[in-house]
Ligand binder design. Structure first.
Ligand code: GLU
Length: 280
């Protein structure tokens, strides 16, 4: 049975791009006779607001979507992410990184050819092999640290990986991301870790989302392989663009779904305007 999901972060109002993603996932489930789930990715407590969450549910309801309850809220499942972290730690694949963002930027700026990945310059691995004494000292001082995945070691363990995107197998290229952050002091699980654990726990079999996240699927495949989680299929859909052809982004003042609704347009007309065939 196909299981899809829409996983918004309640850090703001939904805009047209989110609506496209939500409708896409719900229709994929409906057309394939499957289930559609909703997940609130509210792990970043500094940016998530309950008021946004309420607005999101109201917008999805207006779109005519129906999802199963209870809705999974990440902030209620920290123990699941902790268990995954402990498992990776037990495999000696994680290490504490004490670098501040500023220090990382300075190190990258000073290197002749800093490799770049999909998320920007790759972490240069400064803390990968810290001496035991230094580690003990920094822990003693209570210095803040992030937990990183040693990607080289992880890939040596998993071997080359593939993923299924739109029905086609392709090579996964997680090495492009380097040693990703798995958790920070103020964030018990990074996006990559939480999304991988959640999709598995919720039994998601088809991950649909915007194509900007296609590279991230490679990282999720590594975590799935390391944590012995099932492999979902992927369908990264096109991103909506504005009249200038650029992808919609909140910072450009894209109208929120609330603004769209205020114009009095019906949900059916709005969904048809997104390019979905009302007959299917
Ligand atoms: N919370 C993520 C976002 O809003 C969802 C990513 C995903 O679907 O994996 O971009």
């Amino acid at each position: 049975m196909i299981v899809t999901r829409f996983a918004p972060s309640p850090t703001g109002q939904l805009h047209t791009g989110h609506a496209f993603s939500a409708v896409f996932a719900a229709r994929a489930a409906r057309q394939l006779g499957g289930r559609f789930l909703l997940r609130l990715e509210d792990i970043d407590k500094t940016r998530c607001r309950r008021a946004f969450e309420i607005g999101i549910l109201d917008d999805l309801d207006w779109l005519g979507l129906e999802w199963e309850t209870p809705v999974r809220r990440q902030s209620e499942h920290f123990e699941d992410y902790q268990a995954a972290l402990e498992r990776l730690d037990g495999m000696a694949l994680t290490y504490p990184c004490f670098c501040t963002r500023k220090e990382i930027a300075a190190e990258i700026a000073a290197s002749v050819s800093a490799p770049h990945g999909p998320d920007g310059p790759i972490y240069p691995g400064t803390c990968r092999e810290l001496d035991f004494e230094i580690l003990a000292d920094r822990f003693e001082r209570g210095d803040a640290f992030a937990l990183r995945l040693d990607m080289g070691k992880a890939l040596a363990m998993t071997g080359p990986l593939t993923l299924e995107e739109k029905g086609e197998r392709r090579a996964a290229t997680p090495e492009e991301f380097g040693d990703i952050v798995l958790a920070r002091k103020e964030m018990p699980a990074s996006y990559h870790l939480a999304v991988t654990v959640d999709d598995a726990i919720q039994g998601v079999t088809l991950v649909t989302r915007g194509e900007d996240l296609l590279p991230a699927a490679s990282v999720h495949r590594v975590l799935q392989a390391l944590l012995s989680l099932p492999e979902p299929r992927y369908h990264h859909h096109r991103l909506l663009t504005g009249e200038d052809g650029r992808r919609l982004a909140k910072r450009d003042g894209v109208p929120s779904l609330a603004d769209v609704r205020a114009t009095g347009i019906s949900a059916a007309d709005f969904i048809a305007g997104l390019g979905f065939d009302p007959a299917t």
